[in-house]
Design a protein around this ligand. Structure first.
Ligand code: C2O
Ligand code: CU
Length: 551
């Protein structure tokens, strides 16, 4: 492989959408941020220079970071943030991965404006397990907030209520024609007839899963989270924040004399307010060169619109997610751990805690909203966990006693308990090198059933099973798929149900795991796995780089 250099200057930039202009944090003044393109086996050196008042850190979402945990990026987990006028070079090599990933800020809510695609092409002599597309196009879904997202989350955390929702969803930074004052900010995908296009879809939205569809064009799903799938066709796709999905579209064989909308809007099963608006982009055929004047102008062409499922279509979500299967060929095997060394059962839940002090809080019945894994709401430390571990100074930073099971036996009844029993802590699970982990995650639905896209840093989960109601340890494992389960870095815990996953802890470091709905993570739905070094040199975390930021 070669070494590729990028320079990310973090700067303020005025950006206007929906007729609102705001000064926001960007990389190199771009929104969305720059595209990083690399080949499997290459090394990346990305220098991030902070020219804004905020503390910054960047996460390379989905990159395995083998032995390079110092480059993973979550603030206070693998590094202290990059302070104003400081810089840090993220230095890592892409090993054994190819496909669509992305990068985003990993501190507070700055990822609302700091994100971009990270595209890993196959090695020079490798090809795709599908016909080579005519063109490859990144499609990044985002959210636009007229106001400052840092203010939105700090106000929510102070008042104990839910944060303000976004004002629009975006495709490649553009809200599209269905919003007021936005028609000129529409993403247009120009295509030629009779060709195959690879769309690299990325959900960079803060707080909502999305349905996506293109009118009159079938999507062939071929990859998820940079792992190849058994291809399948669908009219509509479901994608959670943190997830990436590659789809092929075949354009019509002839110039169709029509334009087609592509739209996305949320899938939501929870309570509370959310942005239920629809983002649209336009799929536009280039008229054939021999008849440019005969074809009517784009404005007069008929416009077709896709139909998306209802906002809470749980049946669609279940059906769609069960279609995702690893390609599982000799060239791209699914290395599912078949034996299990340690079993974990995590409840993921939203809950409430009593209001602090004598103010009235904005949560249900005057309480304060919170979120937890196994009743532990994670408190961010003030120094980085990985540094504390590496230097042997973990005392007072974290404790190694994250519970493997909830305190009391969990029983899903759909009825909220009186006391959600949430405590705070900075707790981690310590795993010896090469531990084979089985992790069941159960949505407790205490405040109404809701799907949680749980994201694991440093590894992919093999998703071996899912179901509704209580996970049954005596019955459900018999149905686990250990042959071709989908492998992803972000998995949806079904609303009112459970998901079973496995991964092999073969990468030393501290690896964050959290709900990728940003507000749930802010409320504490997060924890960390500490994987110890192995004995061999290639099983050890490398020493920290000299420019690693200090707290
Ligand atoms: Cu995409 Cu920890 O995040
Ligand atoms: Cu969540």
């Amino acid at each position: 492989g070669v070494t590729r250099h990028y320079k990310f200057k973090v700067v303020l930039q005025n950006v206007t959408r929906l007729c609102y202009t705001k000064s926001m944090v960007t990389i190199n003044g771009k929104f969305p941020g720059p595209r990083v393109i690399v080949r499997e086996g290459d090394r990346l050196l990305i220098e991030v220079v902070n020219h804004v008042p905020n503390n910054i850190s960047i996460h390379w979402h989905g990159v395995r970071q083998h032995q390079s945990g110092w480059a993973d990026g979550p603030a206070y987990v693998t590094q202290c943030p990059i302070q104003t006028d400081q810089s840090y070079v993220y230095n890592y090599t892409i090993v054994g991965q190819r496909g669509t990933l992305w990068w985003h800020a990993h501190i507070s809510w700055l990822r609302s404006t700091l994100y971009g695609s990270l595209i890993i092409l196959p090695k020079h002599n490798d090809s795709y397990p599908f016909a080579k597309p005519h063109k490859e196009i990144p499609i990044i879904f985002g959210e636009w907030f007229n106001s400052n997202t840092e203010a939105i989350i700090s106000q929510a955390l102070q008042t104990g209520g839910g944060p303000n929702v976004s004002d629009a969803y975006t495709i490649n930074g553009l809200p599209g024609p269905l919003y007021n004052c936005s028609a000129k900010d529409t993403y247009r995908l120009k295509v030629k007839p009779g060709k195959t296009y690879l769309l690299r879809l990325i959900n960079a939205v803060l707080n909502d899963e999305l349905f996506f569809s293109i009118a009159n064009h079938t999507l062939t799903v071929v990859e998820a989270d940079a792992t190849y799938l058994k291809p399948f066709e669908t009219e509509t796709l479901l994608i959670a924040p943190g997830q990436t999905t590659n789809v092929l579209i075949k354009t019509k064989p002839y110039y169709p004399k029509a334009t087609f909308l592509m739209t996305a809007r949320p899938y939501v099963t929870g309570l509370g307010t959310f942005d239920n608006s629809t983002v649209a982009g336009i799929l536009e055929y280039e008229p054939p060169l021999n008849e440019p004047h005969q074809s009517p102008s784009i404005k007069q062409l008929p416009l077709f619109k896709p139909t998306l499922p209802p906002l809470n279509d749980r049946a669609f979500a279940t059906n769609f997610t069960t279609k995702l299967r690893s390609l599982a060929t000799p060239q791209f095997p699914a290395n599912v751990p078949l034996k299990v060394d340690r079993r974990f059962f995590f409840t993921v839940s939203l809950g409430t805690i009593p209001c602090q002090g004598n103010q009235t809080c904005q949560g249900p019945y005057g309480t304060m909203l919170t979120a937890a894994v196994n009743n532990v709401s994670f408190t961010m430390p003030t120094t980085a966990l990985l540094q504390a571990h590496y230097t042997g100074q973990s005392n007072g930073v974290y404790s190694p006693d994250f519970p493997s099971h909830p305190k009391s036996i969990f029983n899903f009844t759909g009825t909220p308990p009186n006391n959600t029993n949430v405590g705070n802590g900075t707790k981690v699970v310590v795993l010896p090198f090469n531990t084979s982990v089985e992790l069941i995650m159960q949505d407790t639905s205490i405040l109404g059933a809701e799907r949680h896209p749980l994201h694991l840093h440093g590894f992919n989960f093999f998703v071996v099973g899912q179901g509704f109601g209580n996970f049954d340890p005596n019955k459900d494992p018999a149905n686990f798929n250990l042959v071709d389960p989908v492998e992803r870095n972000t998995v949806g815990v079904p609303s009112g149900g459970w998901v079973a996953t496995r991964f092999l802890a073969d990468n030393p470091g501290v690896w964050f795991m959290h709900c990728h709905l940003e507000v749930h993570s802010s409320w504490g739905m997060k924890m960390a796995w500490l994987v110890l070094d192995g004995k061999l040199p290639n099983q050890k975390l490398l020493p920290p780089p000299a420019d690693l930021p200090k707290c």
